[in-house]
Design a protein around this ligand. Structure first.
Ligand code: SAM
Length: 319
């Protein structure tokens, strides 16, 4: 054990403490500071990825190509941006923190920095500004702040016309929900929507020690390649998303109960109608929504939309 260290405090008193106390306090401060002494702001989920091997692996998995129009969300201090920008046609980055946006503007001249809250922007205008068009859809990249990750994914998920793929870092639990199969407790509306509008793959798990400051949770990078599901879900993606979210509002109730509640908003006899619709598309009315694969939700939505638009009669209620 090293002997105690003496030092003079701010009020002139002599203090004695142990070498390891000082070392521990220094370490704690180091973990709380971001890169180059920048003081991270918790409200914007600023946990910076500082592990060079992890950054390199994400950049390699992204496979940047000279024709890519990339939209990065939350570039932070530009650790990932710097690795991708020189290898693509263009990179537009949206950063909410004015301090970081200003510093990126001076250090990364070839990158277009948009200083804004990404959720406050119109996604179509943003994608077009980033160079996306139906012939050259953009590629999305982002170590997303945990608190807005789901909202960001849902915002771009049904834009296969202007987005080719998303490589995003999310909290591990969110990745589990996105990747989950039916019958698991993680399976819910996010799983159904991601699997309807994309092909989803795991890329890499990231330990808290790879970040500064260190987050309390584990993270995972996932890759979503967007596709057009076709049918009613493809034609009315926003209505489909609202419908799927409605089906999971009361997870412990049967699918029939959940659907009846949704149908009741548009007329009476909801219980019988719900059961008839579910039976017509091969879903057990007394089962739970988490037992139904994404294709089941698509079939059910197709039938409901066909009736709503007058293209098909409602299935006959059970006798
Ligand atoms: N990309 C950097 C990295 O990998 O180290 C930083 C990632 S940090 C988890 C999230 C970044 O997103 C921060 O720079 C934060 O300021 C930014 N951010 C947070 N909320 C945002 C929002 N609503 N719109 C745009 N950027 C946001």
């Amino acid at each position: 054990m090293r002997p105690p260290v003496s030092f003079r405090s701010f009020n002139g008193a002599t203090c004695r403490t142990h070498f390891y106390t000082i070392l521990g306090a220094g370490g704690l401060l180091w973990m709380r500071l971001g890169p180059e002494g920048f003081r991270p702001k918790r409200r914007w989920g600023q946990n910076f990825l500082v592990d060079p091997a992890a950054l390199q692996a994400i950049a390699a998995a992204f496979r940047p190509a000279p024709t890519d129009r990339v939209l990065e969300i939350g570039p932070g201090d530009g650790a990932l941006t710097r690795r991708i920008a020189p290898r693509v046609f263009s990179l537009t980055a949206v950063e909410v923190d004015p301090e970081l946006a200003a510093s990126l503007r001076t250090s990364l001249e070839e990158v277009r920095i948009v200083e804004a809250d990404v959720l406050a922007l119109d996604p179509t205008a943003l994608l077009r500004d980033a160079g996306a068009s139906p012939g050259t859809p953009a590629r999305l990249l982002g170590n997303l702040p945990y608190n807005i990750a789901t909202a960001v994914i849902l915002r771009f998920l049904n834009r296969h016309d202007l987005v080719r793929d998303l490589m995003v870092m999310v909290q591990r639990e969110v990745a589990e929900r996105i990747l989950s199969a039916p019958h698991r407790k993680e399976f819910g509306s996010l799983s159904v929507l991601c699997r309807t509008f994309a092909r989803v793959e795991r890329v890499r798990r990231l330990r808290p020690g790879s970040f500064r400051p260190r987050p309390r949770v584990e993270s995972e990078v996932i890759h979503l390649t967007l596709c057009d599901p076709g049918g009613a879900a493809g034609a009315e993606p926003d209505r489909f998303a609202a419908f799927v979210q409605g089906c999971f509002e009361q997870r412990r109730k049967t699918f029939q109960n959940n659907l009846a509640r949704l149908l009741a908003r548009s007329g009476g006899g909801a219980d019988d109608r719900a059961r008839a619709f579910l039976e017509a598309v091969g879903i057990a009315p007394r089962g739970r929504p988490e037992e139904v694969p994404p294709e089941g939700f698509q079939r059910l939505f197709e039938a409901l939309e066909a009736e709503r638009s007058g293209r098909a009669p409602a299935p006959s209620p059970p006798v």
